[in-house]
Design a protein around this ligand. Structure first.
Ligand code: PMT
Length: 236
């Protein structure tokens, strides 16, 4: 079914009315979860829907940026006119980020990367019970920290925006991540039942070396623009 004339007109107005504040800038965005296979039918992952990262990618494109979106598996449509790289695992996301980051002016790491992965993904479906104890004893190993790896390589003219998803001590944890991961700013959000993961609205706190700036809750599309406005402040 085609969209109505009204919907199309609204879309065109939104796309063209936007100030091209990011023209000529190359923007890298990570989005969605990573999935780490246990066996051919099971995996470890999280509840990220990709809505936040996709909204940032769309908003950056609308502002004239050249956008690369590196995304884990999600069920929302990819933004148009954006270079989309589909990955599954944290290791694949790291490799894609390492390839894309050297040419990026601004990189925003909104993906919810799985911290751990099974040490070995079984090539057959694991069985429960005594006959095959494998399912009860999955050995996990730590995934590399993509943001910290990329942050360590940040050039003087590059801006790195990290995220922090916290249930407790949101600000203190974000401040620690800012330093540990060499980000310019951390977009911190409180997570938990009905918060941030998968929602249409979110409230965040920008935490950098000098200040803490809190936003009210708003639609993720609008929040994406607020995040980009903040990111632009760090461009040197
Ligand atoms: O996708 P949505 O449903 O819209 O949800 C949005 C969101 C809640 C996923 C998003 O707002 C968010 O908070 N993203 C970061 C989630 C996260 O993994 O936070 P963290 O505190 O565990 O990690 C901190 C930062 O390190 C993040 O930028 C993360 O991308 C990065 N990281 C984490 C672990 C890892 N192994 N490598 C990483 O790069």
């Amino acid at each position: 079914k085609l969209p109505s004339e009204d919907v199309l007109l609204q879309y065109i107005l939104k796309e063209t009315a936007c100030e091209k504040t990011m023209k000529g800038k190359r923007v890298l965005v990570t989005a969605g979860p990573t999935v780490e296979a246990i066996d051919p039918v099971r995996y470890i992952s999280n509840r990220s829907s990709g809505k936040t990262g996709y909204a940032i990618a769309r908003a950056a494109r609308r502002r004239g940026a050249d956008v690369t979106l590196i995304t884990g598996p999600v069920s929302i449509p990819a933004p148009s006119d954006v270079h989309v790289v589909h990955v599954n695992t944290a290791l694949e996301m790291l490799q894609a980020c390492e390839e894309a980051f050297p040419s990026a002016d601004i990189a925003l790491f909104s993906a919810a990367v799985a911290d751990m992965r099974p040490a070995h993904a079984a090539d057959h479906k694991l069985k429960k019970g005594a006959a095959d104890a494998d399912l009860g004893t999955i050995t996990l190993v730590e995934n590399p920290d993509i943001l910290a790896t990329i942050g360590a390589k940040k050039g003087p003219h590059q801006v790195v925006v990290g995220f922090a998803a916290e249930t407790d001590n949101v600000i203190a944890n974000a401040q620690a991540k800012l330093v540990k991961k060499n980000a310019d700013v951390i977009v911190a959000n409180r997570v938990g039942e009905g918060l941030a993961f998968g929602t249409d609205d979110n409230a965040v706190c920008f935490v950098d070396a000098d200040e803490i700036d809190e936003t009210p809750s708003m639609p993720k599309d609008k929040l994406a623009d607020v995040i980009l406005d903040h990111a632009l402040e760090y461009l040197r």
